[in-house]
Design a protein around this ligand. Sequence first.
Ligand SMILES: Cc1cc2nc3c(=O)[nH]c(=O)nc-3n(C[C@H](O)[C@H](O)[C@H](O)COP(=O)(O)O)c2cc1C
Length: 240
Amino acid sequence: MAIHTDAEPLPRIPGDRPANAIELRDLKPLPAHVETPPVDFFDVLAGRRSRVGGSVPTGLLGKLLWHATQLRERGFDGRFGQWESRPTPSAGGIHSIRLLAIPLDADDVAGVYDDATHAIGRLDQDAAAAIALNRASVTELTAAVAGTTLQLFADPTRLTACYDNHSSLLWRDAGAVTATLCMTAEALGLNAVPLGRHGDEVAHAFGLPAYVVGLGAVHIGARSSANDTVRDPTLEHTRR
Ligand SMILES: Cc1cc2nc3c(=O)[nH]c(=O)nc-3n(C[C@H](O)[C@H](O)[C@H](O)COP(=O)(O)O)c2cc1C
């Protein structure tokens, strides 16, 4: 866990560092058509608030995942071998953070986002326990009654192998991903609110391996006048 007294991160000696693969099954493709809305960046900055909303249509969820995570460049000549460029900056270009989508409504699609195939895949375990745990957590932390939680998680193996004192890099990566998700949601006309939890329990209940760590979550909601709620900072659950 990164705290402000943690030692400075230090790159280890150069060399290839392998990553573990997480095998997904039952990959469900997300809609392939992903347009880019003509939105002004400064309107997005000015308009973003923490809000909850309604159920998120799969197509809109797909747009959010695509725009927020799209791979722009991948090289193999970094000091630790593979590096990538995506909308969010990441220490060493390692990008160890992935997203697990968990809807409050058990009928909506749940699973790990696979950006290579733009699809959502399951693990061996039934999703029901993770959906129930997540629903309880979202209810405790926000006023949401609908929507889809994007749980950030990472296998820290590769980052640990590349850096001494890697923890603060991982948490800073998580903050950057959180901001990108919130801004992208705003640009797409979706509501988003970060969740103050780590989410380890939810990630493991979904079937992710024990070495995976939860790195916070962003709850997404569809925007509609009936469901929109701007988070009230005077409420107990918003003081995080
Ligand atoms: C790391 C982090 C954790 C947060 N956790 C929660 C939370 O658990 N519940 C919630 O309603 N809002 C949460 N928020 C949202 C803040 O309460 C919100 O950003 C703040 O009140 C300012 O409002 P604004 O985002 O609309 O500008 C969190 C924000 C951050 C950055």
